[in-house]
Design a protein around this ligand. Sequence first.
Ligand code: UDH
Length: 296
Amino acid sequence: TSAMSVTIRITVLAEKPVCSAPDKLVGVMKMNMAEMIKTYHDLNASVSTQSTRSGGFAFEPDSCKPKLSVAIIIPFRDREDHLKTLLGHLHPILLRQNLRFQVFVVEQSGNGTFNKGRLMNTGFLYAKNEAKTHFDCYIFHDVDMLPEDDRNLYSCETTTNRVYHLSCSVSKFNYKPLCCGMTVGGVLSFSENQYIKVNGFPNDYWGWGGEDDDMNSRIKLQGLRVGRPALGLCRYCMIEHERDHFNPYTENVVNDRVAAANQKAKISGLNNLKTNTTGVTNRPLYTHLYVDVGTQ
Ligand code: UDH
């Protein structure tokens, strides 16, 4: 008989310190989309060594415990390249910002007309009720919007009445300030209570346009205000693209509907959402929801 040697390994799980203000931000970034896609592929292949997974499928920096947890909700269909570009760019930024974060890509199934509002609401309810992490902030993020300055923090205000329009200066509009009663489209940040208070996005805008203007009215109706980062910080590069096949422009309908937004806020939104999430997959960099939004 040979002597049995038993090695007992004791792993000491050292408590990480609470994160302080981010000190590795770089400010204005180079916008090289080929690099972003390459970063996406690199991260996708090696993600477990890049950062620590905390409870569920959220990420956080290796060195400290974040003060804020953020859910990023991306409405999606048929924009693979945009998604890879955005994730390759955004993932390192969110780590540098010392956040705990989880990205939810909410994909509409089938070829029916796109309904962004229903996807946003479905993503919110999933992140709030089903994900393993508690989120302080919910950031609704078009897939084609690339932040140009990492000092534009992906956070929210949990104790004030201010929601944040993070994308207030966009390449498509020559970086003209998007301000004051204009759109809140692109990238918009809420605390959980704020999003519930506005009853989420409307469910009954099909095709392109309108849901963001309706959201703007909802925010005002609830006495919330729209905060915007300093103009230099909120610059976004919008990836150029043509209109999608199943997302037609619906301007005529929009004008009537915006006028009625105040009444509608109570009856169309989180409180009457009827969608069917037919698949949930945790992929290396994001959680994918496949959603039947119903028909028009
Ligand atoms: N989205 C998809 N797939 C679709 C439609 C929309 O993923 O088929 C999502 C995506 O997150 C996108 C967001 O919904 O960023 C908003 O839709 P959009 O990108 O079509 O809206 P945007 O204002 O573009 O960015 C307007 C069309 C510009 C056409 C210009 C033609 N020269």
